[in-house]
Design a protein. Structure first.
Length: 146
């Protein structure tokens, strides 16, 4: 259940931006962990869900999202990547299985369950989020466009 909660927070939180983050009081343990792990990060924006603190920041020219538990431990780190940055087996299977759809977003997530990828594919009527944790894609979310 906790894995599902973290995955939902990653997807919902990564595709949206927090606007009230500047008023957020971040736990000192979380700030210390962040500053130790991501010492060269800039443009840090904090938000919070029920169980996790989220920091969106610029690191080495790329925006990254890091999710922290209250004790300062890292629950997950996510970054947007291009479809061509996926492992070759995932690139190929995505291209072959979803020829009539286009890839609108790809997310690489490193967390408690190892390395996972999320790819959003769309056509005129449907938006699907796929998930891969090894060499195959599975449907994570599916919705119809209005």
């Amino acid at each position: 259940m906790k894995t599902l909660l973290i995955a939902a927070a990653l997807l919902a939180g990564t595709f949206t931006k927090s606007f009230a983050a500047n008023d957020l009081a971040v736990q000192p343990t979380v700030l210390n962990s962040f500053n130790t792990t991501f010492a060269s990060a800039t443009e840090v924006d904090w938000s919070r869900s029920e169980e996790l603190y989220k920091a969106v920041f610029l690191l080495n020219g790329q925006y990254v999202s890091a999710y922290f538990k209250e004790d300062g431990s890292i629950a997950a780190i996510a970054r947007h990547i291009t479809a061509t940055s996926l492992p070759m087996i995932l690139q190929t299977s995505l291209k072959n299985a979803y020829k009539s759809q286009w890839v609108t977003d790809v997310l690489e997530v490193t967390g408690e369950n190892g390395l996972q990828y999320y790819a959003t594919i769309e056509n005129a009527d449907t938006k699907v989020v796929l998930k891969a944790s090894s060499t195959t894609w599975s449907t994570y979310q599916k919705s119809r466009k209005d």
